[in-house]
Unconditional design. Sequence first.
Length: 396
Amino acid sequence: MSTSSQRPASMTPDQLFAIDSLLSEEEKEVRGTVRAMMDKHVLPDVAQWYEDGQLPARELARTLGEVGLLGMHLQGYGCAGTSATAYGLACLELEAADSGIRSLVSVQGSLAMFAIHAFGSEAHKEQWLPRMATGEAIGCFGLTEPDHGSDPAGMRTTARRDGSDWVLNGTKMWITNGSISDVAVVWARTEEGIRGFVVPTDTPGFSAPEIERKMSLRASVTSELVLRDVRLPAEAMLPQARGLSGPLRCLNEARFGIVFGALGSARTCLLTALEYAGTREQFDRPIAGFQLTQAKFADMTLEYGKGVLLALHLGRRKDAGGLAHQQVSLGKLNNVRESLEIARTCRTILGASGISAEYPVMRHANNLESVLTYEGTSEMHALVIGQALTGIAAFR
Ligand code: FAD
């Protein structure tokens, strides 16, 4: 670990864990492509987008689509068809820039496109997936309602038959990409249970007012979906999804991306704090030289590295076809919780500068508050793990 220069050698957290030794050439290439893309198209502006609460989502979606990032782990219909692990690594690089960018990609690929790919008719797939893969069309996924978040089984949005048509009424809440979407996958209660519907957003009666005043995920579009007598043809229903298991399978896909993604935020915070601590001097020496600071870096690096190892393990399990949803809960709970803790600790290392938008740390910490809550709150994932261990469901 020594170098010829005067300065002691330093390693990144990834080097310390020898993460590259666990990746294939293809995976490293995907990682490098996404990282370069973020450097060019996102990092120069993302702090300003965050401050303004604006995201040039349409333009960005096309750029992301050009390199095959939208629905990248899906097969056919213009999708790249990569491994799940490569998709996870892409999510990590996207979220290293901002959780809002990863959310755009997760919702497009893992929620909206996955729902159509897994449960849609051939006509749905042909109509929407190729355009969504290029970013020409944007999708959203409407499950959460104002009164039903963690417990979507109680949803009030209804789809009632009228002749051969369906008529949808209800309100969805906190919907990523809502107001910029061309198509919404909406889950609604029917006489035969919960079913999914493919709703073109120009259908009369559909509106998507944007949710303002967010203090987190500001570089991401979040909206309500209001459905007032939205009339759809019989074919609008997703034929292969029956009951809550449909949306829950989609959520499991998106959570898998978060298992990797959250670590991207953690990595950016860690690298920022390491650089800052190396140059910031107090009491006549760099603050990186104080034992208390080094203990923070050691603990954070351990949690970050363990998180990456867990994510890669789950990625390999998914690629081998053997990933249980409880295992995704292990990853989501641990990696988001620890990444948030890392972001907060890095904030302390930057002192007052840590609260400034000059540095990305507070932005990531604020974003991770949303990531802790969406795609199943940390409490819900703890209950999933608790049920797996005890056999007892403690949800109600
Ligand atoms: P609640 O369910 O009301 O929970 C509040 C608190 O109570 C939480 O701490 C929760 O863990 C706890 N709690 C609830 N039940 C229990 C229990 N049984 N035991 C212990 N604790 C419990 N949804 C979509 O459908 N599509 C999207 O695209 C989407 N994007 C989002 C984007 C953002 C930025 C955010 C913040 C949310 C988004 N969501 C989306 C919604 C998200 O999935 C919900 O916020 C989440 O499921 C939690 O629901 P809730 O906010 O209603 O909280």
